[in-house]
Write a protein that binds this ligand. Structure first.
Ligand code: NDP
Length: 273
């Protein structure tokens, strides 16, 4: 029987994951199906159970279920434990295994696809929600000079800085607190771009040649990237590469093989143009 996979979210119709995994499966000669599945806001666990009963072997999890998915797991990877959130589920026998591949996806996109090594870099992470949580430990593994977490609600950023203090040099505060500082990599992990909002970033935070990275992706430049360009950031990147790389990590968890991401990313990029 063909193994079934899906992405669970609400909303989920916009997801590009089915297209990505169809390409991965064809490339790796894997006979699988992968669909987008809408879970009711109050029915995530029930939807997962029905999917397993129907032969489901694994699932990706997107907004707003990553923390609920974490609680549902019977076993989790170290990455998922650190993030407190799960974006990849694997169903093996009675076990529900949870992993978080967002951080690995981001780091791979920055280091491999964009060719920027993390050691010694000054990193600014904007946001303190689920996406930010998932990438902090993997970024710190790359041995940057330091990581500053800035968020609209400073208390959330400060709580994250305390939680990850043992993993590296981490500072935190609101956007005003980064005035006068400069960074080599500035990552937008807020959902402000989703609503078309700009962030109140102080002038002068982008070091010469710095990378501005927006986790959001879509047609055209996001307000964050437009602002970064105006403020002199050297390079701009959106989150499409992170999306494809986190999907490849999930495919590896499920099928034991890592697909070639370059052609898939190029194809998606063309579709967005
Ligand atoms: P959450 O809802 O968990 O967190 C939202 C964050 O954005 C919070 O820090 C919140 O601040 C901040 N925020 C929201 N609106 C504004 C605003 N107008 N001004 C300033 N700050 C704001 O969302 P996620 O962390 O799950 O997702 C964040 C983004 O990352 C989304 O755009 C998502 O699409 C993207 N993403 C991309 C991935 C990829 O593969 N490319 C993977 C995962 C996420 P506060 O705490 O003050 O409310």
């Amino acid at each position: 029987m063909t193994d079934r996979y899906c992405v669970l979210g609400n909303p989920v119709a916009h997801s590009r994951s089915p297209a990505i995994h169809a390409r991965f499966a064809a490339q790796c000669g894997q006979d699988i199906t992968y669909e987008a599945m809408l879970a009711p806001l109050d029915g995530f666990a029930e939807t997962v159970r029905r999917f397993i009963a129907g032969g489901g072997k694994g699932a990706n999890v997107t907004v707003p279920f990553k923390e609920e998915a974490f609680r549902l797991c019977t076993r989790r990877s170290t990455c998922a434990e650190r993030a407190g959130a799960v974006n990849t589920l694997a169903f093996v026998g009675d076990e529900i295994f949870g992993d978080n591949t967002d951080g690995a996806g981001l780091v791979r996109d920055i280091e491999i696809n964009l060719g920027l090594a993390l050691p010694g870099k000054r990193i600014l992470l904007l946001g303190a929600g689920g996406a930010a949580r998932g990438v902090i430990a993997p970024l710190l593994v790359g041995r940057p000079a330091g990581l500053f977490i800035a968020n609209r609600s400073a208390d959330k950023a400060e709580a994250l800085a305390r939680q990850f203090a043992d993993n590296g040099t981490v500072d935190a505060g609101n956007f005003a607190k980064i005035a006068g500082l400069q960074f080599d990599i500035v990552i937008n992990a807020t959902s402000a771009s989703l609503a078309g909002d700009s962030l109140p970033l102080p002038d002068g935070i982008f070091a010469p040649g710095s990378l501005a990275y927006d986790m959001m992706y879509g047609k055209g430049e996001t307000p964050f990237l437009a602002r970064a360009r105006a403020q002199g950031a050297g390079r701009l990147a959106d989150g499409l590469g992170m999306l494809v790389e986190q999907a490849a990590e999930a495919f590896l968890v499920w099928r034991g093989m890592r697909p070639e991401t370059t052609p898939v990313l190029a194809e998606l990029r063309l579709q967005l143009a």
